[in-house]
Write a protein that binds this ligand. Structure first.
Ligand code: SAM
Length: 307
């Protein structure tokens, strides 16, 4: 049986809807990004993004989407009312979430932005659009434009000091009465064995050294509240890694291992490459023995209606 739980954390007061303001038209062509190729992986050079940006990472992100969805079940956890007119996905990656939401809500304009946006596929619904935008420099939309602003897994893209400004920017483009939905991995394993503890200790040191917050999921409710968001709640999904967690556990184990491998080159400043690889190879057996669980947090909140 998959083991995943849902915990409600915080609740604030309810507010009403207000009209949507249109976003400016943008071109969908990907920008010419500076990039570097190291150890046969491709990295973006002009943003502080830790993960590779190449075909293997596209595969991992698509796979990860299905892994998360197999646990979360629904794309939109926030309690959106009525028919949304416009939804924004920030750091949309391969665009899978945006495309699937566009298919499900055909009358809603769905915009995915990314520093390097995905190519438009023949299967992309006409109501879905992808734009180039660097969230660290601000979003190219008017205030109060979207019924829902979604952002998932930018833990390794937004430096710790930039989070408050990024959250304020997400709130700015959300319409009064609209919702925000932010998903990030939890910083802790549950029931970790010694190897898991060593890996997370190394990752904590690495993230802090690089200026990122490995515990950002815990801090998002506070940032949202500081930006004036109400009705903030966090849903914590906890999944036993591997067979013990059923389909979600099997998929997330594979995804987590691919992610840890993708960080190999960067971790080389803290630990010998071979030792890191050996640890990753040994992790699945330890996860199975300890029934170690991985967590991700979905934090939702509502921008107050204009008074
Ligand atoms: C780990 S991926 C997550 C993708 C997607 N949200 C998902 O859940 O599948 C992070 C994404 O953020 C994008 N990114 C990194 N830095 C960014 C920035 N400063 N502004 C916008 N997008 C950025 C990357 O190109 C990548 O597609």
């Amino acid at each position: 049986m998959p083991l995943w739980g849902l915990l409600r954390r915080k609740q604030r007061t309810l507010s009403a809807r207000a009209p949507l303001s249109p976003a400016p038209a943008q071109s969908e062509s990907p920008p010419e990004q500076e990039h570097a190729v190291r150890f046969q992986r491709r990295y973006l050079e002009d943003v502080p993004y830790l993960l590779p940006k190449d075909e293997a990472e596209i595969d991992r992100l698509n796979f990860q989407h299905y892994a998360l969805m197999s646990v979360q079940k629904v794309h939109i956890v926030a309690p959106l009312e009525g028919s949304p007119q416009a939804i924004l996905d920030v750091g949309c990656g391969t665009g899978l979430w945006a495309r699937e939401v566009g298919h499900r809500i055909p009358n809603c304009r769905v915009v995915g932005v990314d520093i390097e946006p995905p190519e438009r596929l023949p299967t992309t619904p006409i109501n879905v659009q992808f734009l180039a935008s660097d969230v660290l420099k601000g979003l190219p939309f008017d205030d109060n434009s979207f019924d829902l602003v979604h952002q998932r897994l930018l833990i390794s893209a937004i430096p710790v000091h930039s989070w408050p400004a990024v959250v304020r920017e997400l709130v700015r483009v959300t319409r009064p009465g609209g919702w925000l939905q932010l998903t990030e991995t939890g910083g802790y394993y549950h029931r970790p064995g010694p190897l898991s503890l060593r890996v997370s200790g190394l990752l904590d040191r690495a993230f802090e050294r690089w200026g990122f917050d490995p515990y950002i999921a815990e801090h998002l409710p506070m940032y949202l509240q500081q930006a004036g968001v109400h009705e903030v709640e966090t849903y914590v999904y906890s999944v036993v890694l591997g067979e013990g967690g059923g389909q979600g556990g099997r998929l997330l184990q594979k995804d987590l291992l691919a992610l840890l491998h993708a960080l190999s080159e960067r971790m080389a400043s803290l630990i010998a490459r071979e030792e890191w690889q050996h640890m990753l190879e040994a992790l699945p057996a330890e996860w199975a023995a300890h029934q170690t669980a991985f967590q991700f947090h979905v934090t939702v909140g509502r921008k107050p209606a204009a008074s």
